[in-house]
Design a protein around this ligand. Structure first.
Ligand code: PGA
Length: 252
């Protein structure tokens, strides 16, 4: 049976009160696959969200972390701080962080290493811009990201990373990749991982699709053999939509 992870990425949305309200409503949905579902929330909501989700099976995580353990990095949050909150997941290298906050493959690589060391599952985001896709260079571009991001990470650790393929042109635009485009790139990424490591590592890796995934198109994407779930932004803010996507995954 194919493994799934349905991850909500709230981005800079939801106060503590709103996060708690969402947690109560999603718990009431009694998702059959709650253990395959997680929510990436703003730092400020993580503590209360974690408490509210306790016992539900639904995981929670951060959207970013610094690669140093502590120090003079004003405004940043470290792995020990996340660990203390009991987070299970942390997004790394989201295209919005790469574009607006100068995230590079070098810092992504350092972040993956410190998260893996702490036992927090990284959700590594990769994906090309529209310009790169129009040039037909999307595979070269994404392979380059994957190779640099996994530099120096041994196979046993690499296997714990979740990769999210998020074409930038599909994020928040309502323009979803076709199931074929998403499947092609997820299969390609799996091949890149198999090439760096071995087939067992590539085969077992969870590779998600992200970019305008919503209740109306999730099933056709999730049905594809190399797509192990979704990283869902806009549609994760509404309980009914997010629960519908999770339920689709549970039915496959
Ligand atoms: P979207 O965002 O679902 O709103 O397109 C996805 C993401 O950026 O993770």
């Amino acid at each position: 049976m194919k493994k799934f992870l349905i991850a909500g990425n709230w981005k800079m949305n939801k106060t503590i009160a709103e996060a708690k309200e969402f947690a109560e409503a999603i718990k009431a949905k009694d998702l059959p696959n709650a253990k395959d579902v997680c929510i990436l929330a703003p730092f400020t909501a993580l503590s209360e969200l974690g408490k509210a989700l306790e016992g539900s099976g639904i995981g929670f995580g951060a959207q970013n972390v610094h690669f140093e353990q502590s120090g003079a990095f004003t405004g940043e949050v470290s792995v020990p701080m996340l660990k203390e909150l009991g987070v299970g997941y942390c997004a790394v290298g989201h295209s919005e962080r790469r574009e607006y906050f100068a995230e590079t493959d070098k810092t992504v690589n350092l972040k993956l290493k410190v998260l893996l060391e702490a036992g927090i599952t990284p959700i590594l985001c990769v994906g090309e811009s529209l310009e790169v896709r129009e040039q037909g260079s999307e595979q070269t571009f994404v392979a380059g990201q994957v190779v640099e991001d996994f530099e120096g990470i041994p196979a046993a650790e690499a296997a714990k990373v979740v990769i999210a393929y998020e074409p930038i042109w599909a994020i928040g635009t309502g323009k979803t990749a076709t199931p074929e485009q998403a499947e092609d790139m997820c299969a390609f990424i799996r091949g890149v991982i198999s090439g760096i490591y071995d087939n067992a590592t590539g085969d077992s890796m969870l590779i998600l699709y992200g970019g305008s995934m919503k209740a109306s198109n999730a099933k056709e994407l999730l049905e594809k053999p190399d797509i192990n779930g979704g990283l869902i932004g806009g549609a994760s803010l509404k309980v009914d939509d997010f629960a519908s996507i999770a339920t689709d995954a549970a039915s496959l």
